[in-house]
Ligand binder design. Structure first.
Ligand SMILES: *[C@@H]1O[C@H](CO)[C@@H](O)[C@H](O)[C@H]1NC(C)=O
Length: 154
């Protein structure tokens, strides 16, 4: 009971003190997790975002990205691109690969018997009769580094 009261007092203290921003709300794009130490809000690192009043930064969902700090939202990865890293800009699908949907973290290799000749493709064409279309090598996508982002937020 005492503990709970202490936390409430602490929170109210924080809200009334504020950080010099309106209403004592944590500003969008910033983390206020260190409010105990009266430290000012910290910009959300690239790959994360926060909305007004949110105390911690949230990592972009897979298939979304933001390459700058203090983001209020993440942008959707468009079809024809992949977003393997939430803190980096989308990468165009290499020739011979594609993404037909938005929000992809990796491009798919054109299925056997199909091909394309342009980067940032959203589909593949049928291999012409009599021609041989060799599959492209899979793009290097890495892993979605959710853990890394969490660590950098903390
Ligand atoms: C973020 O993306 C913009 C637009 O492509 C680019 O100009 C800028 O250099 C990027 N910033 C970082 C930190 O990578």
């Amino acid at each position: 009971m005492k503990n709970r009261l202490f936390i409430v007092v602490q929170i109210i203290g924080c809200l009334s003190q504020g950080f010099g921003f309106s209403g004592g709300l944590c500003p969008a794009g910033f983390s206020c997790r260190n409010f105990k130490n009266s430290s000012p809000p910290i910009p959300c690192p690239p790959g994360t975002f926060s909305v007004l009043g949110q105390h911690d930064c949230t990592p972009c969902a897979p298939g979304y990205y933001t390459n700058h700090s203090a983001s209020e939202s993440c942008a959707v990865c468009e079809a024809g691109f992949m977003c393997p890293f939430a803190n980096q800009n989308p990468v165009a699908c290499p020739v011979g690969t594609y993404t037909s949907c938005t929000r992809q973290s990796c491009c798919s290799v054109c299925p056997v018997g199909t091909y394309n000749t342009r980067i940032a493709s959203t589909d593949c064409e049928k291999c012409p009769a009599g021609a041989s279309c060799r599959p492209a090598s899979p793009p290097s996508c890495g892993e979605f580094k959710l853990e890394t982002i969490f660590r950098s937020v903390q």
